[in-house]
Write a protein that binds this ligand. Structure first.
Ligand SMILES: Cc1ncc(COP(=O)(O)O)c(C=O)c1O
Length: 391
């Protein structure tokens, strides 16, 4: 076992490899078109407009949004979250969030807390990573304007009870922003059924697009309260020096990342053709990984006990090792590529007890991983753990 084949298990950071159709689409666009979207009328520019419109419509269909104009393209998940948080929250407002969030939620909120007097209540989770919706209810106040929750943790993979949390938020008149970075493309995400007002997601993880892609969904009516963070050219209302308030242009100042959007379109097409079998693929591999890892002496596996409650993200610690050391050994000796440390989620590591251990080692499963990849990872972890026990 071992060998030199690269085994990529860092899909929670960005998915790799991408489907061939994604490489082909980006390459073809770059070589044969290269035209901007929304700006000009020559043939290639018109095609660029069409592909952007078709991708917007594909994203809208995927998340059950009734109108593609409610989808704005962004640089990544972080930008979408920043537009939503900074665009909505004012001085004196309250926000409820959870300790399961990524720094792309925690840091904008910390900034608003320290510079604008915004009160942020951070709801705890249990050791398996679940946030109790009743704790969200208890944290809500009359001035709570926004509840921000991640759909699934990027540390433990725990899927949160988003629909229950959204119902509670709406009962108290607050809006709900969901970070779907670890679920979109992996789980069904229907904004209407889940009660989501704003949804932020990268295009480069579960949707299989290139880095540099992301999206923000804005429910009908919410745009009236959601300021723009950037103003600039949109190719619309160009006779005016005021930024348009119409969607999606309100949140899309400047030239769009057309090569990225072209690739994203091919990624979403690939997912549509695969259908439901991808969820079972992920669940099967995740179950196999957890089952193998929990048998290894000295290894602690975090996250939900039931594989149905998590996405394909599994974090572990190995007694006697710093997580960075484990990651270096897995790559150096076995070419198994994982992410070690705090995963930009410090409060989650505090909640599961790994903050003083240097965090954890995270395996995250992608569309193209196989049973053989998972078995190689289990074997490699067992070797590392055995070496620790021997010293
Ligand atoms: C839960 C979660 N939210 C947000 C992000 C930020 O996404 P991006 O890297 O596209 O900015 C990530 C990225 O790892 C994430 O895991």
């Amino acid at each position: 076992m071992g060998g030199t084949k690269r085994i990529y298990l860092d899909n929670a950071a960005t998915s790799w490899p991408k489907p061939d159709a994604v490489y082909d689409a980006v390459d073809r666009y770059m070589r044969e078109s290269g035209a901007p979207a929304g700006r000009s009328v020559y043939a290639e520019a018109h095609q660029a407009n069409q592909i952007v419109a078709a991708t917007r419509a594909a994203v809208a269909r995927l998340i059950g949004a009734d109108d593609p104009r409610r989808i704005a393209f962004t640089l990544n998940g972080t930008e979408a979250l920043n537009i939503a948080i900074h665009g909505l929250v004012d001085e004196g407002d309250r926000v409820v969030t959870t300790v399961a969030e990524h720094n792309s939620v925690l840091r904008p909120l910390r900034e608003l807390e320290s510079t604008r007097g915004v009160r942020v209540d951070r709801v705890s989770c249990n050791v398996r990573g679940f946030v109790d919706p009743d704790d969200v209810r208890a944290a809500m106040g009359a001035k709570t304007k926004l509840v921000v929750v991640t759909h699934a943790s990027n540390v433990t993979g725990t899927i949160q009870w988003v629909a229950d949390i959204a119902r509670i938020a709406h009962e108290r008149g607050a809006l709900v922003l969901v970070d779907a970075a670890q679920t979109l493309g992996y789980l069904p995400v229907h904004v209407g059924e889940l009660g989501i007002d704003l949804l932020a997601a990268p295009g480069h993880k579960g949707l299989l697009g290139p880095l540099g892609t992301g999206l923000l969904y804005v429910r009908a009516g919410v745009e009236a309260k959601l300021r723009t963070l950037r103003q600039g050219g949109t190719g619309t209302q160009s006779d005016q020096d005021r930024h348009p308030q119409t969607l999606p242009y309100k949140y899309e100042a400047g030239s769009l990342n057309v090569p990225g959007i072209v690739g994203l379109s091919a990624g979403i097409d690939f997912l549509r053709l695969q259908g439901n079998k991808l969820r079972s693929h992920h669940q099967h591999l995740c179950e196999r990984l957890v089952a193998g890892l929990i048998e290894i002496e000295g290894v602690k596996v975090f996250g939900p006990a039931d594989p149905a409650d998590r996405v394909g993200v599994v974090s572990i610690t190995i007694d006697g090792y710093d997580p960075q050391e484990v990651a270096a050994m897995l790559d150096g000796a076995h070419r198994i590529q994982v992410r070690a440390g705090f995963h930009c989620a410090p409060l989650m590591h505090a909640a599961i007890g790994t903050i003083d251990l240097g965090g954890a080692v995270r395996f995250s499963i992608g569309v193209f991983n196989t049973e053989a990849d998972i078995d190689a990872a289990i074997y490699a972890v067992a070797e590392v753990a055995a070496a620790s026990a021997a010293t």
